[in-house]
Design a protein around this ligand. Structure first.
Ligand SMILES: Nc1nc2c(ncn2[C@@H]2O[C@H](COP(=O)(O)OP(=O)(O)OP(=O)(O)O)[C@@H](O)[C@H]2O)c(=O)[nH]1
Ligand SMILES: [Mg+2]
Length: 221
């Protein structure tokens, strides 16, 4: 009983911060995406291959969440976009306060997108609002087609799913039929993009969807 109350309070407090932060992002016309997946599904790789295309038209900043190390932030910094690292020191997800602090390091007057790479974890990040306009879940072929059924919270809350490492499909027992059947049941509105980030296949529809998500309709000031 008490445990449930504590958890509710933590989430409520987080949602309040996230709500205020979202208003700030909206006022600046910034679209915020929260990328969530289990470790190694390909979040950073997706960013490495999407950001150079996005920055042809838009200004992009990245917030990198990791339990330890700046490795992902270092990879993103090579793309010459502003990047802020959050080291959670053990915490398995980002929360709105961490994003608030990270956002203070970014020039909000000069950004169209902020993409947050959450800590590699399919479970905990699902329940924490980060002032995002959309959660995007990345699932890789090697993880198996049963994951939406086994981890429904994130697949319910995400607006889009990147099905990554499609190049590995011939070498795995991943069933696209089972996957789509579960998605249809769990979240029929969710957009699914079949992608091989490393090979840069399937990125066009994903990038077009991102553009469609823009809070200011793609207008630059
Ligand atoms: N075959 C194949 N490998 C990929 C693809 N995308 C990413 N990888 C590989 O998958 C591994 C993990 O990729 P990352 O991008 O680091 O994954 P991540 O989700 O950012 O990992 P964490 O931040 O640790 O949670 C790397 O060795 C990538 O090269 C893909 O489309 N196909
Ligand atoms: Mg990463």
């Amino acid at each position: 009983m008490t445990q449930i109350k504590v958890k509710t309070n933590i989430l409520q407090a987080n949602d309040e911060v996230a709500g205020q932060l979202k208003e700030r992002f909206r006022a600046k016309g910034i679209t915020v995406i929260n990328l969530i997946s289990s470790p190694g599904a390909g979040k950073t790789t997706l960013l490495e291959h999407s950001i150079p295309r996005l920055t042809e038209k838009y200004r992009v900043g990245v917030i990198e969440g990791d339990i330890l190390t700046t490795r992902d932030a270092d990879r993103i910094a090579k793309l010459n976009v502003p990047v802020v690292q959050i080291e959670t020191k053990g915490a398995c997800h980002l929360d709105a306060n961490m994003v608030l602090k990270a956002a203070e390091q970014l020039d909000l007057d000069n950004l169209d997108f902020i993409i947050i790479e959450n800590v590699g974890n399919l479970v905990c990040p699902a329940t924490f609002e980060l002032a995002e306009d959309a959660k995007v879940v990345v699932l890789s072929i090697a993880e198996g087609s049963d994951k939406p059924a086994k981890y429904p919270t994130i697949f319910t809350r995400a607006k889009a799913c990147i099905l990554n490492k499609m190049d590995l499909l011939p070498y795995s027992n991943f069933s696209l039929d089972d996957f789509y059947q579960d998605i249809k049941r769990i979240n029929p509105q969710m957009e699914v993009f079949e992608v091989a980030a490393l090979q840069e296949t399937g990125l066009d529809s994903w990038l077009k969807w991102l553009e469609g998500m823009m809070v200011n309709g793609g207008q630059k000031d």
